[in-house]
Design a protein around this ligand. Structure first.
Ligand code: GAP
Length: 445
């Protein structure tokens, strides 16, 4: 068993790598940043796209179809009243009377005094609703009150009948959505772990009530297989069942998929049995019947929902923690991100041994682009070793060197990130070779 203290890399190291190499920047960086909000740079954007793609691919299953939705970020108050968020989506907040710092009461050891000034002089605990409230148009009032969504799920529930009546789906089926959510977290922390603006990837699986417990277990297994497939260390993943008093207002049962971060076991995905809670609430509040007619029993019923919800940014951070290694190659220290090839922002970096071989390398680069690969050229004058290490640090699984011999034997040297082993591959087979690693998705390629 690995202990948190043995999981090496510090958060500061990751934050600095992310900024230095264009993965993640603080939002509004030149104005000093904004707490709990981040921008994704060119490499971060590529990696996030790959995470989304892997997630969507992983949702395929043999039990029914999955369709996608892109819901609005804003929704009227009525939606959030029905969902229970206006009433219940809050965290307990407490202030230090001495230095005025504010904390989440359930996340701070109050008996030890204020983590900032050390005084033990607290206000009462108050509930703080985490939704960002705004208004549509110039007129203030109940009819114009809107909220930025704190989860993507509600857009799926309110569109349930729209999807059912317009697409060729029938229960059981899933509606999946990847998109932004917003929570005015009292204390955003640990970089991408707890943010105020973040992305979620959620699937709501609609099924007959009597099948919902079975589906819950099948989804738990299915989601664990996903983490394995994208190369996350199995010994750092576990499943934890919520106790009754932990359950969200909508959940009949919930399990967290947790990852062993250096700061402890923490949730990366929640898999919840939401029962008929949401569809019933929206039926009651909107006056629109969201029940489904069963052709076999000739009766209407409210489908049950199994939800699997993971934060894209939190998973991004997990992947960084899990893939960061420092080792030594030929007597030199290197930083390497051993990210699965399907997730790595750049699949291959093409390198002419010397500048005057740049032209054939450009051709290879364009051929790889046309073949749909994410590639880069590094034709800087730096030594090959240095160029390899630059690519290791951003997790590029393959470096491809074109040298003088390539002119004669029409082969290139492929150097593997994790093992640093090299092999000669015929140029005509190169694109298939790279693609095969993307479908295999093996770390240590
Ligand atoms: N629809 C269910 C739902 O939203 P949740 O447990 O509140 O459930 C699901 O959130 C996932 O979203 C979490 O497991 C986490 O990965 C991500 N998440 C939640 N709050 C987050 C935040 N403030 N910053 C980053 N990710 C967050």
């Amino acid at each position: 068993m690995i202990k948190p203290s043995e999981t090496s890399v510090s958060l500061e190291t990751l934050v600095s790598l992310c900024k230095r190499r264009g993965f993640v920047f603080p939002a509004a960086d030149i104005y000093g940043g904004i707490n709990g909000v981040y921008d994704f740079g060119p490499l971060g954007t590529l990696m996030k796209k790959n995470i989304r793609k892997a997630w969507l691919t992983s949702l395929e299953n043999k039990w029914g179809s999955v369709v996608e939705l892109e819901g609005s970020l804003l929704a009227p108050e009525a939606v959030w009243k029905a969902s229970g968020h206006v009433e219940g989506f809050h965290d307990p907040m407490i202030d230090c009377k001495n230095c005025k710092h504010r904390y989440r009461a359930d996340d701070t050891d109050l008996s030890k005094g204020c983590p900032h000034c050390g005084k033990n002089d607290w206000t009462e605990v108050r509930n703080f609703n985490m939704m960002f409230k705004t208004q549509l148009g110039a007129l203030e009032g109940a009819s114009s009150t809107c909220y930025l969504r704190p989860e993507t799920a509600q857009a799926i529930f309110v569109n349930f009948k729209n999807v059912l009546s317009t697409c060729r789906v029938k229960v059981p089926f899933g509606i999946a959505q990847a998109g932004k959510s917003f929570r005015n977290e009292i204390t955003p922390k640990q970089f991408l772990f707890r943010m105020r603006e973040f992305e979620q990837m959620e699937i709501e699986w609609f099924c007959k009530p009597e099948t919902s417990n079975d589906f819950l277990q099948q989804w738990i297994d299915h989601r664990l297989a996903f983490y394995k497939a994208i190369g996350i260390s199995s010994e750092k993943i576990r499943v934890r069942e919520h106790t009754k008093d932990e359950l969200a207002h909508y959940a009949a049962r919930c399990v967290d998929v947790e990852y062993l971060f250096p700061f402890g076991w923490k949730e990366i995905e929640g898999i919840a049995h939401r029962g008929a809670f949401d569809l019933t609430q929206h039926s009651n509040h909107s006056g629109k019947d969201l029940a489904v007619f069963d052709e076999e029993t000739k009766e209407s019923y409210m489908p049950h929902v199994v939800e699997a919800s993971v934060g894209t940014d939190r998973l991004f951070l997990t992947l960084l923690y899990d893939s960061y290694f420092e080792d030594e190659v030929e007597g030199e220290k290197r930083i390497v991100l051993k990210i699965d090839p399907t997730i790595a922002p750049i699949t291959a970096a093409f390198m002419p041994l010397v500048k005057k071989l740049s032209e054939p390398v450009e051709k290879l680069y364009h051929a790889a682009k046309r073949a749909g690969l994410s590639v880069q050229v590094d034709d800087s004058g730096a030594s090959i070793g240095k160029r390899y290490r630059r690519q290791d640090e951003i997790g590029t699984p393959f470096c491809i060197t074109y040298d003088f011999e390539s002119e004669q034997d029409h082969c290139v040297t492929v150097r593997h990130r994790d093992t640093t082993k090299q092999e000669r591959i015929a140029i005509e087979k190169l694109m298939d070779y790279l693609h095969s690693h993307l479908t295999k998705g093996t770390r240590n390629a």
